[in-house]
Design a protein around this ligand. Structure first.
Ligand code: COA
Length: 331
């Protein structure tokens, strides 16, 4: 049985990419093993930021031998802090993550004591649901379990209509993603998530400008994979040009697509448009040599989950979205 070393917790900005490289490469190997996710690009960006000495966070060091055991960082977006990552050698276990828990407690103490931080969000995908529950609960967080689901790309069961026929039937024009769609897509995302449980988890969904930032993050940064414009689509009303639905995807491995956004305008829901977009993404992916599709969905979003399960997606991993907001009251 391994014993937890006596830890010293130090400021992340004292450490260089060279010092943290082995830890981050170990983490990338674990993403590959657990989620078939090539995390190399995200690792490179974090290493660049480390050398810039600008990432707020902590490093856990073995107080006796000086060995680096784990690290954590966060990013700030206005009055919100997002925990970007926590990782420790040999951890991300269901039951025992002593280094990760120590880092998390330091991070939460620091953030809740920081003037101007009103909200903290965290989706540590690598940690199975419940595994960091104790520190999060202690600091007054609300927990929203989420699922990582995937399916092989094989021909999806035919509904009798090709996706393009479904779109035509509803007077919709399909186009692949182009940056000119930014503003309209942000508007649609904001409309689609008004009062939705996912806007409780990610407050970017609550405003139009927040939805723009969400798009910016998934298109420009590799945290959710490398954005794949050719396998991302919008549906617009053929007469008015108004945006009615979007499916955005990224590559998390050369042969694996990850759907980062799927939404359909409220008035058009329940008519097979979401399903047809999934099928179109799968068909296009198959033609481009992709072998599987993955996505994340909030467990309480039973409608979307039903759509995914009915179309062959299977849960592979359960993790927690954690949220703390000053409005929750003192803990
Ligand atoms: C989830 C969403 C994209 C589904 O789009 P849609 O066009 O309404 O879905 P479809 O009409 O193609 O539905 C296909 C199947 O899923 C089921 N389904 C879809 N949404 C459902 C809901 N809210 N409640 C119950 N079932 C639902 C349909 O009953 C249908 O089942 P069937 O194949 O047995 O007939 C749409 O509801 C939406 O935009 N929701 C808000 C944003 C969101 O939650 N996105 C997913 C985030 S992971």
């Amino acid at each position: 049985m391994s014993t937890t070393p006596k830890l010293e917790i130090l400021d992340l900005r004292h450490f260089s990419a060279a010092q943290l490289g082995p830890l981050l490469r170990d983490e990338a190997a674990r993403w590959q093993q657990r989620l078939h996710w090539n995390y190399d690009q995200a690792t490179t960006i974090v290493l660049d930021y480390l050398d810039g000495r600008i990432l707020p966070g902590f490093v856990a060091v073995d107080a006796d031998g000086g060995r680096i055991c784990g690290y954590a960082f966060c990013v700030f977006e206005g009055a919100k802090a997002v925990i970007g990552d926590i990782y420790a050698f040999g951890e991300t276990d269901t039951t025992s993550n002593p280094v990760g828990e120590t880092l998390l407690r330091h991070m939460l103490e620091m953030l809740q004591a920081t003037p101007g931080v009103d909200r903290i969000e965290s989706q540590l995908l690598m940690y199975p649901s419940g595994s960091l529950a104790t520190p999060f609960e202690t600091f007054g967080f609300h927990c929203h379990p989420r699922l990582f689901m995937s399916r092989d790309i094989v021909a999806m069961e035919s509904t009798g209509q090709r996706p393009t026929e479904v779109f035509q039937h509803h007077g919709l024009t399909l186009q692949t993603w182009h940056p000119i769609f930014y503003d309209a897509a942000a508007g649609l995302i904001h409309r689609c998530y008004a009062g939705h449980m996912d806007s409780t988890i990610n407050d970017q969904y609550q405003t139009y400008y927040g939805a723009q930032r969400f798009l910016h993050n998934i298109i420009r940064f590799p945290g959710c994979g490398l954005f794949d414009a050719e396998n991302s689509f919008v549906l617009r009303d053929s007469r008015s040009n108004e945006m009615k639905a979007i499916l955005l995807s990224s590559r998390i491995r050369s042969d694996v697509a990850h759907i980062t956004q799927l939404c359909v305008a409220p008035a058009l829901r329940g008519q097979g448009i979401g399903r047809a977009l999934l099928q179109h993404c799968s068909d296009t992916g198959a033609a481009r040599g992709l072998t599987s599709l993955s996505l994340t969905v909030t467990e309480a979003n039973t409608g979307a989950q039903k759509l995914y399960r009915n179309n062959g997606f299977v849960p592979k991993h359960r993790f927690d979205a954690m949220v703390w907001d000053k409005s929750f009251g003192a803990h």
